[in-house]
Ligand binder design. Structure first.
Ligand code: NAD
Ligand code: UDP
Length: 327
């Protein structure tokens, strides 16, 4: 059955893919965004079809203010996700996480909507348990430079659980691990977008610290599949979503270099404070309860992402590196 779906942060990286997926399955999509890191260009390729369908609306709004909309489902993604972006205005980041989630839970309660919160692997902080399972409470600095995001998301989870216990709101909590793909912003600061753009511009690759820290990278279509499965389920506890293939940051550089067919120059930079040393999701719960399985390999996902950034960066790159991308 088609639903009226509100996607907060809908013009952002993950949100734009989610909006398109919901639209394609026949839902009526309300894409709400304050356009801090989101971009209307993320809908360029489908814009005419979307606006003429009568099933796609864009609402410019900041979730730190309340809003009343008649909807069946709320996918609450609004929040900058890159450390560079969420640290620009940390007070705003925590307001977005706390007040924004409070307003969306209030809306869900008022109109009887089901709400999915986009939480994060950052609730585990710099984890002392590996891989991270949902029962682990985390190892989080409460007053460091990442805290506005990490602790903000932890409070957002608390709020969601209390609205469920106290007001019977139907909640879903997705703990999203590092996700990448087309529609990431070029100046985003996250490792995949940074490395690909640097490589395509023939700039040195900025490796923070020794590059031995690990992450597990999930391609965006797999993540969106997990979000939809979770929303459709009746499961209210948090669920990890991501890909459990773990690599070091130096291995990520090697993989991008292999796809581009040339070695990449490195530039070492200091490791940022509170940067987690290891991260890999335990996906047992997602597999068992949702039948979730990430399907896109890192190499395949990187090829799609490189092709996207090559198109965005345009002719200047292809002129200086005609051999740069193999897709
Ligand atoms: P993004 O920055 O591309 O998207 C966030 C969107 O939220 C943007 O469109 C931005 O303009 C919007 N936004 C920010 N503050 C807002 C506000 N106050 N009111 C309305 N809109 C606002 O980031 P993303 O990677 O697409 O992340 C989406 C969600 O997924 C975030 O909640 C993030 O915490 C979560 N998440 C992402 C990752 C990842 O690896 N991409 C990992 C863990 C969690
Ligand atoms: N990183 C890096 N160079 C960059 C950007 C990031 O070495 O240009 C490292 C960063 O220190 C971290 C990892 O890559 O260890 C992932 O960083 P990102 O900001 O993408 O995500 P997060 O730290 O939130 O997982």
């Amino acid at each position: 059955m088609a639903n009226v779906c509100l996607v907060t942060g809908g013009a952002g990286f993950i949100g734009s893919h989610l909006c398109l997926r919901l639209f394609d399955q026949g839902d009526h999509v309300l894409c709400l965004d304050n356009f801090f890191t989101g971009r209307i260009e993320n809908f360029n390729s489908r814009y005419r079809e979307l606006v003429t369908s009568g099933r796609f609306e864009i609402i410019r709004h900041d979730v730190i203010e309340p809003i009343l909309l008649e909807v069946d489902r709320i996918y609450h993604l609004a929040c900058p996700a890159s450390p560079v972006h969420y640290q620009v205005n940390p007070v705003k980041t925590i307001k977005t996480n706390v007040l924004g989630t409070y307003h969306m839970l209030g809306l869900a309660k008022r109109v009887g909507a089901r709400i999915l919160l986009a939480s994060t692997s950052e609730v585990y902080g710099d984890p002392q348990v590996h891989p991270q399972h949902e029962g682990y409470w985390g190892h989080v600095n409460p007053n460091g430079i990442r805290s506005c995001y990490d602790e903000g998301k932890r409070v957002a989870e608390t709020l969601a659980c209390d609205y469920h216990r106290q007001h019977k709101v139907q909640i879903r909590i997705a703990r999203i691990f590092n996700t990448y793909g087309p529609h990431m912003a070029m100046d985003d600061g996250r490792v995949v977008s940074n490395f690909i753009c640097q490589a395509l511009r023939d700039e040195p690759i900025t490796v923070y610290g020794q590059g031995e820290q690990t992450r597990s990278f999930c391609y965006v279509s797999d993540l969106v599949d997990g979000l939809c499965r979770l929303m459709d389920s009746d499961y209210v506890e948090p669920v990890n979503l991501g890909n459990d293939s773990e690599i070091t940051i130096l291995q990520l550089v090697e993989t991008i270099g292999r796809i581009l067919g040339r070695p990449l120059r490195l530039e070492r930079k200091p490791l940022p404070a509170d940067d987690p040393a290891r991260r890999r999701p335990d996906l047992t719960r997602a597999r068992t309860i949702l039948g979730y399985e990430p399907r896109v390999s890192l190499e395949e996902g990187l090829r799609h992402t490189i092709a996207y950034f090559k198109a965005v960066l345009g002719d200047s790159v292809s002129a200086s590196h005609p051999q740069a991308v193999v897709v």
